[in-house]
Design a protein around this ligand. Structure first.
Ligand SMILES: NC(=O)c1ccc[n+]([C@@H]2O[C@H](COP(=O)([O-])OP(=O)(O)OC[C@H]3O[C@@H](n4cnc5c(N)ncnc54)[C@H](OP(=O)(O)O)[C@@H]3O)[C@@H](O)[C@H]2O)c1
Length: 309
């Protein structure tokens, strides 16, 4: 039996339908079923409120219905010994690729400049187009980052990626450690943050790091808002060290009305939509993991609570 919680009836209804289609024999309940909390062993959650987990004394594990688990690993109502399983891709990598292609093509076509000029009713074409593609640097070559990196490499972009542990990725320069991080920044025109938010990556997009990017570089943050120091970014945009920031995630969401990002001409804001979880693909992963757990096998997407991702 799985207890599903979204805090949104419409959303829960859709996921219940997917579970029914894919695993008709699996009992999936929600708050509406008014089940005794002691009977709940597995929960599937999206953004549960504080103390949510305290209600379930016999919990054996949590399915995060998302790729990022920073909001779950840091909770004090969830013992760190309890396994958390997260989603692997579940349709998100292709959406990230599409989002990042939009940004790369915006830069290549100078469309960000034309959007700014349109607001000033300014008909001013650039003298020429830059014939070279931006060099792409990806922070985080995990489930999502690796697919993005390989697609951009196949499309003829020069791609570097940074991760914690060394690996070989066809067509991509893989860098590790502090030195690798600085090397990547120095040769990146389009920096993409796809790191999980952990103690080691919090505020990593700060002035000291971002100013290592070449003059005129751009940033896309599709990781987590807590990894960016907002005022540092604004100062680097204002001095034209950075050209454009495309931000999908923010330390406070929704982004407060009075935040300076809203009105900044070199910032493009999207409301945490770079990649949606596709319920059909996510449900398949949860169902397979429940089968694995029932057989005593290791589930996929198991989070390392010490590393925080
Ligand atoms: N905006 C959105 O709509 C949206 C949607 C989905 C996900 N996200 C964000 O994207 C993040 C990445 O997702 P994912 O599924 O690709 O995660 P993942 O598979 O866990 O990959 C994380 C990557 O980051 C690297 N990493 C972690 N800590 C590091 C450190 N201290 N130094 C260097 N590299 C480090 C890992 O290195 P190793 O490979 O060496 O372990 C790995 O390559 C999520 O955590 C979430 O915050 C955003």
């Amino acid at each position: 039996m799985l207890y599903l919680h979204f805090g949104d009836e419409r959303e829960e209804g859709y996921w219940l339908k997917c579970f029914k289609q894919q695993a008709p024999g699996l009992q999936v309940v929600t708050a509406k079923d008014k089940l005794a909390p002691e009977a709940v062993k597995w929960v599937g959650v999206w953004n549960p409120k504080p103390n949510f987990f305290k209600a379930f004394p016999n919990l054996q594990g949590v399915f995060a219905l998302s790729a990022g688990v920073d909001a779950l690993v840091a909770r004090d109502d969830l013992p760190s010994s309890l396994p958390i399983m997260r989603l692997l891709d579940a349709g998100m990598a292709q959406q990230m690729i599409d989002y990042l292609l939009w940004v790369a093509l915006t830069l290549q076509g100078d469309f960000d400049l034309y959007l700014q000029r349109q607001k000033q009713k300014n008909w001013q074409p650039e003298l020429s187009k830059n014939p070279t593609k931006p060099r792409v640097g990806i922070l985080g070559l995990g489930t999502l980052g690796i697919k993005v990196a390989q697609k951009f490499s196949q499309l003829g972009y020069s791609v570097s990626g940074w991760k914690r542990t060394a690996a070989f990725v066809e067509g991509v320069e893989v860098l590790v450690g502090d030195e690798g991080f600085v090397n990547l920044l120095k040769k990146t025109d389009l920096l993409v943050n796809l790191l999980p938010n952990t103690a080691a990556t919090n505020k990593i997009l700060n002035k000291a790091n971002l100013e290592k990017l070449p003059q005129g570089a751009s940033l896309v943050n599709i990781g987590r808002g807590q990894q960016l120091v907002d005022k540092d970014l604004i100062s680097l945009l204002d001095t034209q060290h950075l050209r454009l920031a495309v931000l999908d995630v923010f330390s406070t969401e929704p982004l407060p009305e009075n935040h300076p990002f809203w009105a900044h001409s070199q910032v493009i804001i999207t409301p945490h939509i770079a990649a949606y979880t596709l319920p059909e693909l996510a449900v398949e992963q949860v169902v397979n993991n429940l089968k694995r757990l029932a057989k005593g096998e290791k589930p996929t997407g198991l989070v390392d609570s010490t590393l925080g991702y």
